[in-house]
Design a protein around this ligand. Structure first.
Ligand code: MG
Length: 237
């Protein structure tokens, strides 16, 4: 058995309320188009985002192109014209990102979780499937910059979770063995299955109770984190 030495946290959906900020941004955007925000359009935006972001994570498209594809799929749904690449790039910034940034906030349970990690004497790091500029800007706005240890982004690595190299990169930056490291994230296939495949201990943060419900190591809030921090984890032989 190996004693836990570090905790690696995901950012979007784990520390940062991406879903809340994204929904608020889309609602503001729809109102600017004279439309009342509705669940079908919100849900379409998030499904389109997930589909194209998955392609970016898999290295199939560039980050800029994944954003253009999101708009090409979404704009016809709100009866808006689809322009060329330059128009789409400008529009993504103006119509979505500007509004998204206005709604950036941390979840209420983050401060207690960081305090618990510190009290347990564990190191902390952050591993996120995003671009360094935007993710570091979020940490600044959330008041978390410099407080979550080393930050590793998929954008700087050129590869994303669930690739094992991403998990190994943050463990290397922390100077800890993956087997002595707990990964906490909200995306089960990416954060939990991926981290375990890289030899880490992983707990699923299932804030919206979306499952999988047969996952043995799950929590609904970061307030439950302390019960995992004293874990004696079994290393791979
Ligand atoms: Mg996440």
């Amino acid at each position: 058995m190996i004693r836990l030495r570090a905790v690696v946290l995901d950012l979007d959906g784990t520390l940062f309320d991406h879903r809340g900020a994204s929904r608020a941004a889309v609602a503001d955007w729809l109102r600017s188009l004279g439309r009342e925000p509705d669940e079908a359009t919100q849900s379409a935006w998030s499904q389109i985002e997930e589909r194209h972001h998955a392609d970016w994570r898999a290295g199939l498209v560039s980050h800029d192109e994944h954003r253009r594809r999101r708009l090409r799929d979404f704009l016809p749904l709100v009866d808006s014209p689809v322009g060329d690449d330059a128009v789409l790039d400008e529009q993504f910034q103006r119509d979505y990102l500007t509004r998204y940034r206005r709604h950036w906030r941390a979840f209420d349970d983050v401060e207690a979780a960081l305090a618990a990690i510190g009290a347990a004497g564990l190191r902390v790091g952050l591993l996120t499937n995003g671009m360094p500029e935007q993710q570091n800007a979020k940490l600044e706005v959330l008041g978390l910059a410099g407080r979550v240890g080393p930050v590793v982004t998929a954008g700087e690595l050129g590869l994303a979770k669930p690739r094992p190299e991403a998990f190994r990169a943050i463990c290397d930056r922390l100077g800890v063995d993956p087997a002595a490291t707990l990964h906490v994230g909200d995306d089960h296939p990416v954060d939990v299955v991926g981290a375990r495949a890289a030899g880490m201990f992983a707990v699923h943060l299932d804030r919206h109770d979306e499952g999988p419900h047969d996952e043995a190591l799950r929590m609904r809030s970061l307030t439950e984190l302390p019960r995992f921090l004293g874990a004696q984890v079994s290393g791979r032989s």
